[in-house]
Structures are given as structure tokens and as C-alpha cells.
Write a protein that binds this ligand. Structure first.
Ligand SMILES: [Zn+2]
Length: 298
């Protein structure tokens, strides 16, 4: 089954929009090939609120957040992960509100080794006040979150489940408009697949991704998301079998109908699949003329 994407998303920039009695959103003015219409900053609660992913640190956006939060008390600043479209505004928001920040850890902190030193798009300045782990509960007046650790898109990616609405804030782990980028070294396909499967048995009624609109029927969507990755992997295996053994050649074959601006990201995704298969012993790397070639072991 094709992933049932919904790209009908329309919201005014930098404006407070009520989505449910408990959930408001401000859409940052940072649309792009990876952010879709922009970063959706969620504000949960009535007078006391938790913010999920404050977004980019631009004057216009920070002013819009302050406007939306006027007369409210910010109790918690939750961060799903440390990409520059998600976490940087945590700093000015924290200074302004005095609220603590909550996340798994700084960029690269979910990696077993020293962390990831060189990567585009990582916010290296963010360090949470409170390091949260899978199953941790964050409570405020009128809202209760459970932390759901979902590494893969980044090694420190955390989803937050809002008990009162059976709603899961999925950051970039699951998005309703597109698949997510899994880019090594910090992105990890094996971890990502495990984190997708982890959501299947949950009973979330709705997913609220950072980019785009909600996913209102999570289970079939998640299954299609998983199947899509398995199909990509099968296509890569078929390419290797056909003697297409370099990443640029595989991307040219598999992503012929995809926006060229996304091809570098697609190359990282193909690399992520190859790393996973090398980890399983299904593929080996075979450098030839200074270019990485890959081949199947069986
Ligand atoms: Zn991200």
C-alpha cells in the first residue's frame, strides 16, 4: 500500500491557531524541501503550557511565540531532537519564560560512540536542563506527557505522548506529508525501523508531526511507512544484483521522479540502508578507484 500522505496543509505563518481544546500551534516562516510549510510549534495546555519544539531562532518567530504565549505561563519546553528547525528557539524562550528544557540530550548523544561531530543541520548549542528517558512522565496543570524514545532520524529523537488526548507528538520521526530523512552518521536505519515498529502496538488516536498536519489513523499509516522502507531496501538489493553498485547510480535509479534538491538526502538514505545491511552481514563495501562500491554477500 502506498503511504496515505496528506499534503493539504494550510496555516498562516507566525500566528496562534487553536487545534483542539488543549493544543495550539504557531507555524514558523521557514518552509523548505525538508520542513514542508514550516516548523509547527505546539503549545499544550490552557493557562499553563508546555511547548514542543520551539523552532528556529529568528526574531520574527520568537516574537510570534511571545505574542501567542502572552498571559500564559510556560512550564515546560520539550524538544524532540536537535535539528536547527526544531531546537534553537528554546534558548530565547527559556530566557524569556524561565521554563526548563527537556530532551534526551545534546546532538549526537544517542550514539554509542563519542557522538557526531560533523553534521549539517545539527544544533550543537542545545543542552537540555532535564535529560529525559523512555517512559519518563512530564506533568503540568492539565497535561501529562509520556516520553517515547524513538532514535533513528537522529540518535536523540524523542516523541511525547499527551495522555489527555491520546495524542503522540512525533517530531520528525513520523510525518504525514513525507517520509523522514535518515542520514548517517547520526541517523541510523536499524534504529529507525525499530522505532517505527515500537509505535505499532501503541493506542495513540492521532499523531502530530512537527511538519504538516496530523495523522488520524496511525496504525495503517505506520505499517505503510514501514513497508515503504522495506520496499526501498528491496530496490537497493535489486540494484546491487543488477550491478548498480554505487550510491549515485542507485539514487539515479530509485529517485528518478523525486525533486533533485532532495537527491543528496536520498543518497544519505541509501547509505543508511547500506550501513544497516552491512551491519546484518548482507552487504560488503568494496572501494574501487576511490569510489565506494557495494555488493551483496549472497
Ligand atoms: Zn529533524
Amino acid at each position: 500500500m502506498a503511504i496515505p500522505f496528506d499534503r493539504h496543509f494550510d496555516a498562516p505563518f507566525e500566528t496562534d491557531v487553536a487545534l483542539t481544546p488543549l493544543i495550539h500551534r504557531v507555524l514558523a516562516r521557514n518552509p523548505g524541501p525538508f520542513t514542508f510549510k514550516g516548523t509547527g510549534v505546539y503549545m499544550i495546555g490552557d493557562r499553563d503550557v508546555a511547548i514542543i519544539d520551539p523552532g528556529p531562532d529568528t526574531p520574527e518567530h520568537v516574537e510570534a511565540l511571545k505574542r501567542a504565549l502572552a498571559g500564559k505561563t510556560v512550564r515546560h519546553i520539550l524538544v524532540t531532537h536537535t535539528h536547527t528547525d526544531h531546537s534553537p528557539a528554546a534558548k530565547p524562550l527559556k530566557e524569556w519564560s524561565g521554563a526548563k528544557t527537556y530532551a534526551f540530550g545534546p546532538h549526537g548523544s544517542g550514539k554509542a560512540d563519542e557522538g557526531v561531530k560533523i553534521e549539517e543541520g545539527g544544533d550543537r548549542d542545545f543542552v537540555p536542563d532535564v535529560f529525559v528517558r523512555d517512559g519518563d512522565v512530564i506533568e503540568g496543570p492539565g497535561y501529562t506527557f509520556e516520553c517515547v524514545f524513538t532514535p533513528g532520524h537522529t540518535s536523540n529523537h524523542m516523541c511525547f505522548a499527551l495522555k489527555e488526548e491520546k495524542a503522540l507528538f512525533t517530531g520528525d520521526h513520523v510525518m504525514g506529508w513525507s517520509t523522514t530523512v535518515v542520514a548517517p552518521p547520526d541517523g541510523d536505519m536499524a534504529a529507525y525501523m525499530a522505532s517505527l515498529r515500537k509505535l505499532l502496538p501503541r493506542d495513540d488516536a492521532v499523531l502530530w508531526p512537527t511538519h504538516g498536519g496530523p495523522v488520524r489513523d496511525p496504525k495503517p499509516f505506520l505499517q505503510a511507512y514501514i513497508d515503504h522502507r522495506l520496499a526501498r531496501e528491496a530496490q537497493i538489493v535489486a540494484s546491487l544484483r543488477d550491478g548498480i553498485e554505487t550510491i549515485p547510480a542507485i539514487v539515479a535509479r530509485l529517485y528518478a521522479d523525486v525533486d533533485k534538491r532532495l537527491h543528496p538526502a536520498a543518497a544519505r538514505s541509501v547509505l543508511a540502508h547500506l550501513i544497516q545491511m552491512m551491519g546484518d552481514g548482507r552487504v560488503v563495501e568494496d572501494p574501487r578507484n576511490g569510489i565506494a562500491h557495494y555488493r551483496l554477500t549472497a
